[in-house]
Design a protein around this ligand. Sequence first.
Ligand SMILES: Cc1cc2nc3c(=O)[nH]c(=O)nc-3n(C[C@H](O)[C@H](O)[C@H](O)COP(=O)(O)OP(=O)(O)OC[C@H]3O[C@@H](n4cnc5c(N)ncnc54)[C@H](O)[C@@H]3O)c2cc1C
Length: 462
Amino acid sequence: MIDARKIEKLRKIVGKENVLESVEQMVAYSYDATNIWSHLPDVVVFPTKTEEISEILKFANENGIPVTPRGGGTNVSGGSIPIKGGIILCTTKMGRIIEISKTNLNATVEPGVVLQDFQEALAMEGLFFPPDPQSFAGCTMGGVIAENSGGPSCLKYGVAKQYVLGLEVVLADGRVMKLGGLTPKNRTGYELIMLFTGSEGTLGVISKITLRLLPAPRASKTIVAVFSDVAVAGETVTAIIASSVLPSKVEFLDSWTFEKLRGLLPDYVLDISQLVLLIQVDGLPQTVDAETQQILDICKQWAREVRVAADADEAEKYWQARGAHFSDIHSRAHTIVNEDVSVPRDKIADFIRLGRESAKRHDVPISFAGHVGDGNFHPAVLTDSRDKEHYQRALKCVDEIIDIALNLGGVLSGEHGIGLEKQRFLKKAMDPLAIETMKKIKDILDPNHILNPGKIWEESKE
Ligand SMILES: Cc1cc2nc3c(=O)[nH]c(=O)nc-3n(C[C@H](O)[C@H](O)[C@H](O)COP(=O)(O)OP(=O)(O)OC[C@H]3O[C@@H](n4cnc5c(N)ncnc54)[C@H](O)[C@@H]3O)c2cc1C
């Protein structure tokens, strides 16, 4: 517990209007988008500038108080849950877009800027920041960088780390470190920007971000392809990627999921037997037309039904249905165990088949959706943690799914990070020497382990 004197000190740093401490308010900051974990913080503070973050961290470090950085709280790995109590340092009052430069194709933002607001501001200038986690309406730029987020568009355009040119980071002892700059090229020293990108709030608090931008694509088309056989759909994805056309998005929904989302869809898609691929091509109009035709030709060889969305409205409906998947799934069971494995693209069909067999063996409902063009899946097992026997079966199925992905040459997390959710798998997913090196880096940057303690590494087994 943080005593009243310490909370008074925090009020002095950020102003009393920027400190929350009632139990009701603490409950609101005790969870994130996972529904398995929660823990109350002692206090929530909202800094409005870098100097305040610096003072908060200096004070916390001197007094051994845990600090959990938080943006929108939309992560799905338990990353912003204050599992050791202490301070939630929430950046949502640092929401300025400092600069958008068309000439330099870059932008500088504070960490609390909401991704959708940023994307809308860029669109007005004809610019584009591709990473598009489907939480875009609520997640912040600080969270996107701290999680190294991805999303559907990453197939063609890459994940957040490919766009970070510069960072300002407040270290655990309050010192402010500036990394990188405004230029797309910079080979000065070690790539420390990469170290902080994806560090899940465990190495420092990101207080300013400079991002590389692209000109917005001029045109796009959406293709919907329905398959009756998982393996065939997987092979179709492999064939599309190998065909020298690179779609901007290739997303996958299984029939279970699509059926549940049917109410959101236009009437055209009627025959949903096994699974659906949603494909988007973007670029110059004439290129988009030619590439759409090429993808149609490939899909027609194997799909039961293929359709190009007639206009932007129809396309938007499909993408909204895809975007609604996560919330929909969470409304269908008390507990969802949602994974984030990524497998090589030529193993997509094997992964789905083996995953389904595992769910059948353990007799648990499973939904497969994900960024299939990247081989990145979010298999979600529906269970109820209050029913111990069912929950244990669900966890066994999840364990098997992780093993299946790793055995196929895949990775534990494609884009959601480790947080609390995936700690128990880390040892089998990473080289022990890599884990040891990472822990040493943590010790150097945060020797008192005040920053997001309890995350990434399973402490009891250290
Ligand atoms: C419906 C839904 C769909 C999603 N879809 C995708 C998807 O398609 N692709 C994808 O990659 N992810 C997806 N996500 C997860 C995604 O990682 C997060 O939504 C997002 O990146 C987190 O941003 P946030 O502001 O909410 O951060 P939070 O959840 O608040 O924090 C996330 C982590 O970052 C740390 N952090 C936050 N701000 C800072 C900062 N300023 N400095 C240092 N550390 C900080 C926190 O401590 C925590 O560890 C989805 C989530 C949801 C709920």
